[in-house]
Design a protein around this ligand. Sequence first.
Ligand code: ADP
Length: 389
Amino acid sequence: MTGLIHFFRHLFDTTGYVRRGECGGWTADLSWLQNVSDLLIWAAYIAIPLVLLFYARHQKKLPFRHLFWLFGLFIAACGTTHFMSYITTLYPAYRLEGVIKLITAIASWGTVVAIAAITPRALNMRMPEELEQEIREKGEIQRELALLNDSLVTRTKQLENANRELEGFNNMVAHDLRSPLRTIVTASQIALEDAPSDLDPETKYRLGRLCASAQRMASLVEDLLEFSRLGREEIHPTPVDLTALSLAVARDIQEEYALASFQIEPGMTVEGDPRLLRVALYNLMQNASKYARDGLQPVIEVGRIETSNGPAIRVADNGIGFDMAYIDRIFQPFERLHNDDIPGTGIGLANVQRVIERHGGRLWALSRLGVGSEFFFTLQATDRSPANT
Ligand code: ADP
């Protein structure tokens, strides 16, 4: 310790040392060559950190900025060792030179460690050419996406137009069929009622069939109009008391299916369009009463269940059920799985599907033949314009 203190106290002490140029066989020429070279190296080693400093100050997005400073310090320290070599030719301050060399060694190793530490990250850095290539590729992808988007917008508009035209056609046909059908239904009914009692049974039977077919066609037209209306109508979502709505629907259905018994969960509320939700519930609950098993009282449950996608409404019955192999068909308009003994037009579930889709929800079903069926639906985002259906 005392040795170290003594050393630093005599840092500039030159006693006992000779100037570098006076050692051994140094000639004036050699001294001159050494001095000029050392001074030139020193000047360059000072200029390099200055340039680095200037660059670092002006380049705001410089990666590894601290390394720049360290590198500048290391080069400046190297330069100073050369300057000290020059000084020692005039003034033999070898202790000071040694200390400066030690500082240079520390700065050099610090730089080595810092470079080694950043090397893995630096290896992962992309070169400017790679970045340019990437930017070019991204630009191309964006152009392609813009083109795709344009064609998608055009296709969507075409589809919307086609959909509107189809709906318009549907509507027009249904409307135009309505009044002549009403005439046929009324006329055939009158003809049947006023038929003379001695009318032969064959003609009476044919008249009855004509009347039933005309009535069936009238129901089809009404359902078609309803289907088209559900696709076009604006929806007005509000909080809906689904329990009260189900009870009201149950009362209506019991007028036709007096034996049907309903078990409706209390306290069910949802966000939706009450008129459209009534259509959905009516169709589901009517089907549940209609597709009953012979001799078994229809028991219909309406309640809430939890699914992985949130709460859903469940309408279940103990009826005849259907074959799950045809599950996709039942939601298509005019598809029926059961025979014509059970009245229907095959559009009820398509209407339910439309209502649920308009509410941004999902409709699905489970069934077992001879055991019963369960229909489920969720309601989510409620703002759906007719064009989106
Ligand atoms: P519709 O009842 O007028 O025939 P829907 O579209 O309501 O038309 O139903 C389509 C078909 O799905 C029905 O014809 C029937 O075969 C089947 N279905 C619907 N609901 C039930 C149910 N609760 N139980 C058994 N089958 C059903």
